[in-house]
Design a binder for this molecule. Structure first.
Ligand SMILES: *Cc1c(COP(=O)(O)O)cnc(C)c1O
Length: 580
């Protein structure tokens, strides 16, 4: 594995965090947050290859970007996560996706060993290593041990998952104490991190605080960030599993009883207790916060505050484009859109867009130079080649196969310009349905002479490929079934890097109106497929007309730059968590 230096663009030196707090009208934060009382962020998944941690998808990317933005703004921030000793990779063999497991050594990525902490499981003491890596005002605090396993290994309601989650929660909380840190706030990135808040409640209640006061205190300082839509789909744990992994770690009998009372028919969903322990709750886009269907134990519908995900611009935007945004006062020194950024966007003309895309194409070619397509071909594109891409996890609801519904039509569109279509995305281990769909899709492509040389699947989708494609493609295709995408962030990388976006109106895309990009809609799937092909043709035409190209690219940026900006996301979280 290489160092991932590729991504790192030195940050502009933000002299004074107080400047940022003032810019977002949160002057009082200087008192609320300090090195000893950081914002703490808990996540079972982190996707940060530069630091040796590879995740599975958007949840982990978001965690890494959130920490990076906090670092850029000088905000005291501690991210607590497991370090998995093995990471999953994928390759393609005769159209079959094959998983590989590669060991990783944290020493190679600048982590240092702090000490060990113990948790109890199945009648034994389990020793966990605490490791740390600091980045200015932020750090990654990780817990690990040689048999910790891989991210998402085993069944989601299984013992090993529970062991990993309990280790993160109780082990991670003990690790904070080891470093003398008290969390100003605990943000739980999904329910797998529930046990961190439970560990805090237990500490307060067993150290003499009245139990109800301890509950109130923990609730007020805990934010549950939900990324899922349907509670019903969540796996459950049994009382028996909790007796082996959870209850032995609790010191307070009152907390034990509180937790035991939350079981329904000897089973528990972590979302139901996370809702109980976190008074603050957020969803990851406007639409998602509105439609996420969750109930508390009393049966009341849970309200989620919308804080739409953003991305770390320093990491995901071609450096020259980001510099242009800042120099043209489209973004301010913090990466927040300026008051008049829409007028300022007018200097972005077709000539500039095409120049920037040339730079992006070099980045893409570099990434592709080590990653052959399904035919073993190393791809290299000229500035004039036209590239559509689809890059995201291969899961059913994202519909990677949609553009292949009518291969003849797809072919006729690509032929107009000799255009290429690049697919990249991980198939979830054990997802035979999607592995089968990919195989079928590649067979159909392989049976046609034209498609075989113009449709490319690149295996082992990761951050580098995501960045390369955002930087170097022309048009991104994003067609989740409406209502099923929580937010999505890859489309943000595309818009920020001046690509055209073809998308259904879902997730964070639906934060702005449907005429802000090349919208795919329809009352059923066959109408959506027609619309998708029409939009692909439209995208080709837009590139042939400078006026249209400027118009659409500017319109996308006008609508979405405030959404995309990671500093905007951090600002929204800080405003929600620390209401003056
Ligand atoms: C940006 C990114 C994601 C997020 O993808 P969405 O499907 O848009 O949520 C996932 N994986 C990688 C490697 C990424 O870079």
């Amino acid at each position: 594995m290489d160092d991932g230096q590729f991504f790192y663009h030195p940050l502009e030196n933000i002299e004074d965090t107080e400047d940022f707090y003032a810019a977002i009208n949160r002057e009082h934060l200087t008192k609320s947050l300090s090195d000893e009382r950081p914002y703490t962020y808990w996540t079972i998944e982190l996707y940060d290859q530069t630091n040796g941690i590879r995740g599975g998808g958007g949840l982990g990317i978001l965690a890494a970007d959130t920490r990076r933005v906090a670092e850029q703004m000088g905000v005291p921030f501690t991210l607590v996560t497991p370090f998995y000793p093995y990471e999953p990779h994928q390759k393609l063999e005769n159209g079959h996706v094959v998983d590989e497991h590669i060991p990783v050594d944290y020493h190679k990525f600048g982590f240092h060993f702090v000490d060990t902490v113990n948790i109890k499981c199945c009648g034994n003491l389990c020793k966990l290593d605490v490791i740390e890596k600091k980045f200015n005002s932020t750090r990654i605090l990780a817990i690990t041990e040689p048999n910790f396993g891989e991210l998402y290994s085993g069944l989601s309601g299984g013992d090993h998952r529970l062991y990993q989650e309990v280790s993160l929660g109780f082990g991670g909380y003990a690790a904070l104490k080891l470093l003398g840190l008290k969390p100003a706030i605990m943000q739980l990135n999904e329910v797998a991190t529930f046990f961190a808040a439970l560990a805090r409640l237990d500490e307060l209640a067993s150290n003499g605080m009245d139990f109800y006061e301890a509950v109130v205190y923990t609730r007020k300082h805990t934010l549950y960030t939900n990324h899922t839509l349907v509670q019903a789909a969540e796996a459950e744990f049994s009382y028996d599993q909790f007796e082996r992994f959870v209850f032995p770690n609790l010191k307070s009998p009152a907390v034990r009883k509180w937790l035991a009372d939350k079981f329904v028919n000897h089973h528990i969903k972590l979302s139901s207790v996370t809702i109980e322990i976190a008074e603050l709750r957020s969803g990851v886009s406007k639409l998602h916060a509105r439609v996420a269907n969750y109930r508390d134990i009393a049966g009341n519908k849970v309200k989620f505050k919308a804080v739409t995900n953003g991305i770390d611009l320093e990491k995901w935007v071609v450096p020259e484009i980001l510099e242009f945004y800042k120099r043209s006062e489209i973004l301010d020194k913090f990466g927040l859109p300026t008051d008049d950024y829409i007028e300022k966007l007018e200097i972005l003309n077709a000539l500039k867009i095409k120049e920037f895309k040339k730079l992006g194409r070099e980045i893409l070619n570099q990434v592709l130079s080590t990653r052959p397509d399904q035919n073993g071909q190393i791809l290299h594109f000229s500035d004039d080649d036209f590239i559509f891409d689809f890059k995201r996890r291969f899961v059913d609801y994202k519909r990677p196969e949609l553009p292949f519904s009518d291969p003849k039509r797809l072919k006729s569109i690509l032929e107009k310009r000799g255009a290429h279509y690049i697919l990249a995305g991980r198939v979830h281990t054990g997802d035979h349905n999607m592995a089968g769909k990919l195989k079928k899709l590649l067979e159909a492509v392989g049976n046609d002479d034209y498609l075989r040389t113009h449709v490319h699947y690149i295996a082992d989708y990761d951050e580098k490929l995501a960045f390369g494609l955002s930087a170097g493609a022309n048009v991104a295709v994003n067609v989740p079934i409406v209502g099923l995408e929580a937010c999505g962030t890859s489309w943000m990388k595309d818009i920020a890097n001046l690509n055209l976006l073809i998308s259904t109106h879902d997730g964070g895309v639906a934060d702005a109106s449907a005429d802000s990009y090349l919208n795919v809609n329809g009352t059923d799937e066959s109408e959506e497929i027609e619309a998708l092909y029409d939009r692909m043709e439209e995208a080709l035409d837009i590139y042939d007309n400078d006026f249209d190209l400027e118009y659409v690219v500017r319109k996308q940026l006008a609508a979405y730059l405030p959404v995309i900006s990671g500093p905007r996301m951090l600002k929204d979280y800080l405003a929600f968590l620390f209401k003056a």
